[in-house]
Design a protein around this ligand. Structure first.
Ligand SMILES: *Cc1c(COP(=O)(O)O)cnc(C)c1O
Length: 391
């Protein structure tokens, strides 16, 4: 009991209801009934972090120099490794001292960037369905999210021409995410060039989330936003070691691009956090310098899984595109179902946990998201179970 009424701040009270609580409840009930659960709900790699990265952490953790507060911006050596990696991978030039900022996971930077640029009432354009941190971070900063719906007709990319010009004029930030969670859509360099043009016209800071740039298939490497001409003049890109190197638990990511935007985000961070444990940054250097055979292997495992799940679902008559990147499948729910009712159907009858598309925003209604972070055999078993129970 509290000694007086504890009241939550408006920003907490007005958070959208946590849709996933209902799923957890159904999952728990299915487990109680003795059901074997196949979890295609979590977007967290099941594979371990490559050994050389773990060994680098072990070594660095022994060094007392790393036991103190890290610098706010991150070790210059880590930021240099980031700049070199961007050069190798994307052909993008970055100044490690001013155009790279270490983050405690990219979620941290995405959540904080609105604090640096939005005043109460300012608009941030957010893709929907999308990563919930874009609208929540915006609201926490007192800003107003304006939804850019991602629709099949438009290749699940935002339709910039559909944004009313008065909204565009009021907007200060735009979040983008390619390769996309949850739709798996990949933006082209040409699309990014249109974004740069739009940003210049309406004076909007672009925050592109590239967390999945290294999880791609069939040899088609997705471009960085910073490859578009002029991109560095209008925005930044968030990146993460989480998905690329199976390091979600390590909490290390980075932001790169426009130095003034980077400085604004850095200023927020200086005032509320103290940077990433330096031993983890040392391990991050090892990750970024790792032989590409490690990431090639991770990609090929996901690709094999994709090539079990997608054709399997398609043969059952479910409408799902083959993802060109990310470890997500964005599946249309069959006639007569909603995202929530199909999710419930799959848990109750087949023991398969998925995520209802509207959990990522209303335009995700009519879809469910399945993940490839489970073994090939389990994915084959999931397809088999859906075949048996039907819908
Ligand atoms: C997983 C994910 C991230 C990365 O999060 P970290 O905080 O770097 O672990 C960022 N954006 C999206 C869309 C994601 O799915």
């Amino acid at each position: 009991m509290s000694a007086f009424p504890i009241t939550y701040a408006e920003r907490i009270r007005t958070l959208p209801p946590y849709l996933f609580a209902a799923i957890d409840d159904m999952k728990r009930k299915a487990i109680e009934r003795g059901m074997d659960i196949i979890n295609l709900g979590v977007g967290d790699p099941d594979l371990p972090t490559p050994t050389p990265i773990i060994e680098a952490l072990q070594r660095a953790a022994m060094d007392p120099r790393h036991h103190q507060y890290p610098s706010y911006d991150g070790l210059l050596s880590f930021r240099t490794a980031v700049a070199q990696w961007y050069g190798r991978r994307f052909g993008v030039d970055l100044d490690p001292a001013t155009e790279v900022l270490t983050l405690i996971g990219s979620k941290e930077g995405i959540g904080h960037v609105p604090l640096a640029f939005l005043d109460p009432g300012d608009v941030a354009l957010v893709p929907s369905p999308g990563y919930p941190v874009y609208p929540v971070g915006t609201s926490f900063a007192g800003g107003t999210p304006y939804v850019m719906p991602l629709r099949k007709e438009h290749g699940f990319l935002p339709d910039l021409s559909a944004i009313p010009s008065d909204v565009a004029r009021r907007a200060k930030l735009m979040f983008l995410n390619s390769p996309n969670n949850p739709t798996a859509a990949v933006a082209s360099k040409e699309f990014f060039e249109q974004v740069v043009e739009f940003a210049r016209t309406y004076e909007i800071i672009i925050c592109h989330d590239a967390a999945y740039s290294e999880i791609y298939y069939d040899g088609h490497r997705p471009p960085s936003f910073l490859e578009a001409a002029g991109a560095k003049d209008v925005g930044i890109e968030f990146h993460s070691l989480s998905k690329t190197f199976n390091m979600t638990g390590w909490r290390i990511g980075f932001a790169v691009g426009n130095r003034e935007v980077i400085a604004g985000l850095g200023k927020v961070k200086t005032n509320i956090d103290s940077g990433v444990f330096q031993a983890i940054q040392e391990a991050g250097i090892t990750a970024l310098e790792l032989d590409t055979q490690f990431t090639d292997r991770i990609r090929s495992i996901y690709q094999e899984r994709r090539d079990v799940l997608i054709p399997g679902l398609q043969q059952l008559g479910l409408a799902v595109g083959k993802p060109a990147a990310t470890f997500y499948a964005w599946v249309e729910v069959p006639e007569g179902f909603t995202a929530a009712s199909f999710t419930a159907h799959l848990i109750e009858h087949a023991g398969i946990v998925t995520t209802p598309g509207n959990g990522f925003g209303e335009p995700g209604e009519g879809y469910i998201r399945m993940t490839l972070t489970t073994s090939k055999d389990r994915l084959a078993e999931a397809v088999e179970r859906i075949r048996k129970v039907g819908w």
